[in-house]
Write a protein that binds this ligand. Structure first.
Ligand code: SF4
Length: 337
């Protein structure tokens, strides 16, 4: 049996398994492209458990693309607060404006052309919402397929993704949406990335080549990971008369346009005493995809309202300003000061 035939024969058991064992998630069952899109964007880089509540709240607030397009960006960012990777929310908002004008695109190319939508998300939306045979191939799908086929191609090489995508396109069955989600589901709950996969529960256990060879954990093959960069910052939580100093980040780069406590690189930072009297000190670390922030935070009773900053109460900060979760180690100071 050639690779394609082998892969085809793996589809029915996977679909059968999915229909019985799929998790009950708030976005399951919808074929509304707007809802599928919101769920897929939220699920990028974010755990399913964390997404559930955000998804429901977001759709309650912005039930349609038109409602999202009509909202102001700060309101959208506020609803995203804590989910991280805020460029996703900016792109959702920008794309919603396009959709409100001309409707949700009906083709892969049209969906792919929207801001913030890559090949994977376009594939997921088109297969789940429209039933089109458009593969959605990410690291999870590559992991399960390289194990199934005992395939040693490097999954960090973009060519591998394109090759698997082309192969999957050939085996897409009727009911493309279920197939797309069944691949994702198997990768999420059975053929898991960390630790040993749960082969005993897998619909492919009787013919998965890596499993039969006892080599599940040798796959997928990956390129060596580059180490994350490290950045050291001092964070100043400046308090005066119940107000706290905050500033807006640059419009580009990491956490673009969001709000933060005054943040300075360690070498260039003023000593905390420059701002006033230090009342507390705390260290914290936040890990982004490519960089790790090591922060030393100071709660300071400010000697004046420094004019470079916006001064806001705890309530104003929580209602109006999107403060990334990178600073969550310091936010308890707002209520206890
Ligand atoms: S049998 Fe094991 S290694 Fe193979 S796909 Fe299933 S869970 Fe993954």
């Amino acid at each position: 049996m050639d690779e394609l035939e082998f892969l085809k024969s793996a589809v029915p058991p996977l679909l059968g398994w999915y229909r019985i064992y799929k998790r009950d998630l708030p976005w399951r069952g919808t074929r509304d492209p707007y809802r599928v899109w919101v769920s897929e964007i939220m699920l990028q880089q974010t755990r399913v458990e964390a997404v559930k509540t955000y998804y429901c709240n977001f759709l309650e607030k912005f039930p349609t693309a038109e409602a999202l397009a009509a909202a102001e960006l700060p309101e959208v960012l506020k609803s995203w607060e804590g989910l991280g990777y805020y460029s996703r929310a900016r792109n959702l908002h920008a794309a919603a404006k396009i959709i409100a004008e001309s409707g949700f695109p009906q083709t892969w190319e049209g969906v792919r052309a929207l801001p913030g939508i890559g090949d994977y998300t376009a594939g997921a939306i088109c297969s789940i919402a429209y039933g089109l045979p458009c593969p959605a191939v990410d690291g999870n799908v590559l992991r399960i397929l390289t194990r199934l086929l005992k395939d040693g191609r490097n999954i960090d090489d973009n060519r591998t993704k394109a090759e698997f995508s082309a192969m999957l396109k050939e085996v897409y069955p009727e009911g493309a949406g279920d197939f797309c989600q069944s691949l994702m589901e198997l990768g999420a709950i059975v053929c898991v990335p960390n630790g040993a996969p749960l082969c005993g529960q897998c619909p492919w256990r009787e013919f998965c080549r890596a499993h039969l060879a006892g080599e599940e954990e040798r796959y997928p093959v990956r390129a060596e990971k580059r180490a994350r960069k490290r950045a050291d910052y001092m964070v100043f939580v400046l308090e005066r008369e119940g107000k706290f100093a905050i500033e807006q980040r640059k419009e580009s780069g990491l956490l673009a346009g969001l709000w933060q406590f005054p943040l300075m690189e360690k070498e260039s930072a003023s000593p905390p005493e420059y701002f006033g009297t230090v009342a507390a000190k705390r260290s914290a670390k936040h890990i982004f995809t490519h960089v790790e922030w090591h922060m030393t935070g100071y709660l300071v009773r400010a000697r004046e309202f420094f004019p470079d900053y916006v001064w806001a109460s705890e309530r104003e900060i929580s209602e109006k300003y999107a403060l990334p979760s990178a600073f969550k180690a310091f936010t308890p100071w707002l209520s206890n000061s």
